[in-house]
Design a protein around this ligand. Structure first.
Ligand SMILES: Cc1cc2nc3c(=O)[nH]c(=O)nc-3n(C[C@H](O)[C@H](O)[C@H](O)COP(=O)(O)OP(=O)(O)OC[C@H]3O[C@@H](n4cnc5c(N)ncnc54)[C@H](O)[C@@H]3O)c2cc1C
Length: 310
């Protein structure tokens, strides 16, 4: 066994509870769990899972996922230690595990404008790019310049560099969804700006989220995507159906924002999932709209799915 693999095996953990690594605070354990610290660590972990034919999942800030109560029967690669930042002119280079708020604070320090829209957004650079996260008047696709990534093919992991034009961005979509491409580092292109204006925009956006009650109860942000053909945001559709406050055990449709489901304390993934299915059925039946999920479901959901259908 070579040194790199040896080091990986020593740091590989077994049976790690995932709930603390999610903003929902829900979900069972990962069979295998690893926190890469370097580019080569990250690559080794993916290669190991591919060679062993073990499913794997890249975890960022866990702010857009619902982990099954039985957990994840594979390898969870948590990117939290891939957190280096570097500034060169108007480009910030951020590893995938850098939190959005840290990135926003650094942009202020250097008087760089363009990422103020994301102030207060939970999660990491990797997750935001994967989801093409958006807020107020902008999206991640507007500020990304280049991505250093991995591509998995059969049992091989290759390094690739993707330029902005190859990232296939659209509403809450990027090339990383549905493909075996994994983000290591992102170059973000900003513009020199007035520190005073940047600070004021950041403060305003953080305050707005706080006032909307986004941080009061554990949640994972919007559960469903907006469908602009409907003419109104999905939250409003759910609200119009009178579903605010609808509860399954400790999972509840949030009174402050109907597209959020909150964990009122020890909610189970099964409760949240039941609520998701209930909302989908109501919206379909009463409005003729088929909602698209924004939340990523992690683990094995087939059994619950069957249970809901019966
Ligand atoms: C209170 C609250 C408010 C929110 N507001 C917004 C909002 O205004 N706008 C918005 O768009 N979203 C919002 N969200 C959702 C969420 O914060 C974003 O989608 C965020 O970008 C997800 O990042 P994350 O690091 O937490 O990703 P995770 O939840 O950890 O993962 C999400 C997906 O990204 C993948 N992923 C993560 N890192 C990598 C990587 N390095 N390489 C490949 N794939 C990776 C994961 O595998 C997973 O499929 C909100 C969530 C909360 C809790």
């Amino acid at each position: 066994m070579n040194n790199r693999k040896n080091n990986f095996m020593r740091r590989l953990k077994i049976g790690v509870p995932l709930a603390p690594y999610t903003t929902f605070k829900i979900g069972g354990p990962a069979r295998y769990y690893f926190e890469p610290k370097t580019f080569s660590d990250f690559k080794t972990s993916i290669s190991w899972a591919l060679r062993k034919n073990i499913p794997y999942f890249i975890l960022g800030g866990g702010s857009n996922i619902l982990v099954h109560d039985s957990g994840y029967k594979g390898l969870v690669i948590n990117t939290k230690k891939l957190n280096k930042l570097n500034v060169k002119g108007t480009i910030i280079s951020a590893e995938c595990g850098v939190t959005i708020d840290r990135l926003v604070d650094l942009s202020l320090k250097y008087g760089l404008s363009g990422i103020e829209f994301a102030a207060g957004l939970p999660g990491t650079v990797g997750g935001a790019l994967f989801m093409n996260a958006r807020a107020y008047d902008s999206t991640f696709s507007n500020i990304v310049d280049k991505v250093f990534a991995f591509k998995a093919e059969n049992t091989c992991v290759m390094d690739i560099v993707l330029k902005k034009d190859n990232l296939r961005f659209s509403y809450k979509q990027s090339i990383f969804q549905g493909k075996r491409f994994y983000i290591f580092k992102v170059n973000i292109s900003l513009a020199a700006g007035s520190k005073k204006k940047i600070q004021s925009a950041i403060d305003k956006n953080r305050k707005k989220r706080k006032e909307m009650g986004q941080y009061v109860f554990p949640n994972a942000g919007c559960i469903f995507k907006n469908d602009y053909r409907a003419g109104i945001p999905t939250g409003k559709i759910i609200e119009e159906l009178g579903l605010k406050g609808k509860r399954i055990d400790n999972a509840e449709v949030y009174e402050e924002h109907a597209n959020f489901i909150i964990n009122r304390g020890n909610a189970r993934a099964e409760d949240v999932y039941g609520l998701i299915r209930f909302i989908e059925n109501e919206v379909k039946k009463k409005k003729g709209i088929i909602l698209k999920r924004e939340i990523n479901l992690i683990g094995s959901w087939e059994e619950l799915e069957k249970k809901q259908e019966n």
